[in-house]
Structures are given as C-alpha cells and as structure tokens.
Design a binder for this molecule. Structure first.
Ligand SMILES: C[S@@+](CC[C@H](N)C(=O)[O-])C[C@H]1O[C@@H](n2cnc3c(N)ncnc32)[C@H](O)[C@@H]1O
Length: 344
C-alpha cells in the first residue's frame, strides 16, 4: 500500500486521478489529506504522474508510538537494516497535524533522539545522511515520517533507486511543499509559480539563456527570468509593466500567443496564458513535437473540475517526449496544474 498526501480538498481529485490511471487497483480516502492505494506505482517503464498528490509515501505504513524516544527507536529500527551502507539517504520528518510550533518541536526532538541512537548503533549512517532539497539522485534512499498526531504517523522507507524512479510523485521537499521567498519587485504573486516549478525541476533559468514567455503581462515570470540574466521574448496582447518594457534584455511581441513562433530553438518555453485547458495542452504538445524548446513551464488552467481528466493526454503524449516530465498542482497554484520538464 502507498500513502499519498494531498492538498486540502484534493482527496477526491486524487482518487479520480488514481481510478483513471489504475482502474483495477484499490484506492480510498483514508482521512482528510490522505489517500491510500495499492496501485503498482513503482512498476512500469515510466515515472508515475499524479498531479494531485503533494507527496508519496512508497509502501507507507501507519504506525504508532507513545513517546519521542519510541518514535526514534521505531525509525532507527526501520533505517538501520534497510539503508545501504555508503549510499546517500535523506530523512523527511514533519508534523501533518495542527497549527503552530508544537508538532515542529516534537519532530525536532525525535530527530535529535534518532541521531543519538544512530551515533551509538550505526555511526556511518550519519555521514551519508544528506541535508538537501536538490532533486533526489538515483542512489539516494528516502525515509519519511509524517506525524498525523503526536502518537500516530505514516512511515515510508524507500530504498534507492525507487525514490528516483518515482521522482515526479516523490518530492525532494518534505511534505511536498516548496518554500518560495517573497519577491516584492515582481508585478504580481504569479512569480511564485515559476520559482516553485524551477525548484521542483532542480534547474533555474540561467544567465545568457533565452526564454519565450507566452501570456507574459503584467510580467512576473519575465521579471524572474530577467533577474536571472536571461533574455526574454514576451508575448501578450497587453504590455508588461513599464520598467520591464524598457529592459534591454526584453523583446515585447504584441500578438496571439497561440500563433507565435520563435525563429530558433529556445532554452525555455514559459506559458501562463489564460486559455481553456485543451488549448494549453495542444500548445505544449505542438512545441514539444516540433522541438522548439529545451525546457518548459506551462500552466494548465481550469474552470471548475470537470476538465481535470484532460491532463491524462499530457501523461500519455508529452511525458514520452521528455527526459524529465512533471505534472503537479503547485503550492502556488489555485485551480491550475503546472506541466514542466526537460525535452529529450
Ligand atoms: C495570468 S496572466 C499572466 C501572468 C504572467 N505570467 C505574470 O507573471 O505576470 C495571463 C495573460 O495571458 C494573456 N493572454 C490571454 N490570451 C492570450 C493570447 N491568445 N495571446 C496572448 N496573450 C494572451 C492575458 O493578456 C494575460 O496577460
């Protein structure tokens, strides 16, 4: 059984997504935020995709421990014989209950107690413990414990290369939540979507690269790209904020995003156009098939939820054209999902 953590209110959407992807498997909402499934997520040639799963606990088991010391003991037992010597591993330990500091403090104390136990029983493991939110490498194992109350939790010990094979649904970020710093210089909050997608992909737009930004106005995505030193071709029917329009590295093209063609292969396709989901999906597929970009971050926007199944077309047709393909409802997304990745 795998345990999936989703956003508030996301349980039914995740359940539908699982039913469409694995119609013969058994899935159920276990409680708010949590869905269980026996779908064979780790089998099959391609990395599984679940836009509505925030984090996946591969072979996650529900467990109980009455004290900090016993949680640490439970974790030590699970880790010591399973995590291979000399290989990197990570530990995500977080409270999935309540508000405030109490759960954080408890997790901090469990971590300290675990460190003490490992120091005594298998010191070597402390040397290979990675403290990183970079994408998970193929040799990296992932141990997760989410406390659902002080005495109850979900534990998953996923040994390499499984977390890497499932990287589109097993987040390198604890809780699957990406911290994005506020950018007061951006024209709107939309910048957070781009920054979150870059971080999840593990690749930032870089100096000297060229981005096409479709539906660019008022310009938060272009602002992020320019700040990173990239050149931007911004396409919209409306101009961007005045300072961005004056930036020598920005070329503004006033027109229809769906008709725009760059005269070369670009480093990034950025697209946040307000359009029906099918139009945005078709646009991304066309750019991928015609090999017009190396990487992409594309918003798929919805009205209501009836059109969510359309994303299955991207799983089927876009993923095979990519070296890395992610399809996720970002923390910064409202009624949208974001497709991002690296072309083959
Ligand atoms: C959500 S806003 C984009 C916000 C932008 N990413 C930012 O960071 O500021 C959507 C934009 O898509 C533009 N848009 C909608 N349909 C378009 C089309 N067919 N061609 C060009 N732009 C379009 C709108 O004018 C609007 O500026």
């Amino acid at each position: 059984m795998h345990q999936l953590f989703t956003d508030e209110g996301g349980e039914e959407f995740l359940l539908d997504e699982l039913r469409r992807g694995w119609p013969r498997a058994h899935h159920q909402v276990e409680r708010p935020f949590w869905v269980t499934t026996d779908a064979p997520l780790t089998e099959g040639p391609r990395a599984p995709l679940l836009a509505f799963a925030r984090q996946t606990f591969l072979d996650g088991v529900a467990c109980k421990a009455p004290s900090i010391n016993q949680w640490a003991e439970r974790l030590a037992e699970a880790i010591i014989d399973a995590v291979p010597a000399e290989q990197p591993w990570r530990l995500h330990l977080w409270p999935a209950y309540g508000e405030g500091r109490a759960g954080m403090n408890r997790c901090g104390l469990i971590r300290d107690s675990l460190t003490e136990k490992l120091r005594k029983k298998r010191r070597q493991l402390l040397k290979t413990l990675e403290d990183s939110m970079e994408p998970i490498g193929h040799q990296t194992s992932l141990v997760q414990l989410a406390l659902r109350s002080p005495e109850e939790g979900v534990l998953s010990v996923a040994i390499a290369p499984l977390p890497w094979k499932c990287r589109a649904i097993v987040s390198a970020f604890p809780e699957g939540s990406v911290p994005v710093a506020v950018d007061k210089g951006a024209p709107s909050r939309a910048f957070a979507k781009l920054v979150e997608a870059e971080q999840r992909l593990g690749q930032l737009i870089s100096k000297g690269e060229t981005c096409v930004d479709l539906g660019a106005s008022p310009g938060s995505w272009s602002h992020v790209a320019l700040r990173r030193g990239a050149r931007v071709i911004a396409v919209d029917r409306a101009e961007l904020r005045t300072d961005l329009m004056r930036d020598p590295k920005l070329h503004f093209h006033c027109g229809d995003a769906f008709k725009f063609r760059a005269d070369m292969r670009v480093d990034w396709l950025l697209c946040d156009v307000i359009a029906t989901p099918q139009r945005s999906i078709d646009l991304l597929l066309e750019w991928l098939r015609e090999d017009r970009m190396a990487r992409f971050i594309v918003s798929i926007k919805f009205i209501g939820s009836a059109e969510y199944p359309l994303i299955d077309q991207l799983k089927k047709e876009a993923a095979p054209l990519c070296r890395e393909f992610f399809l996720t409802r970002l923390s910064a997304n409202k009624n949208e999902v974001c497709a991002f990745g690296i072309k083959l």
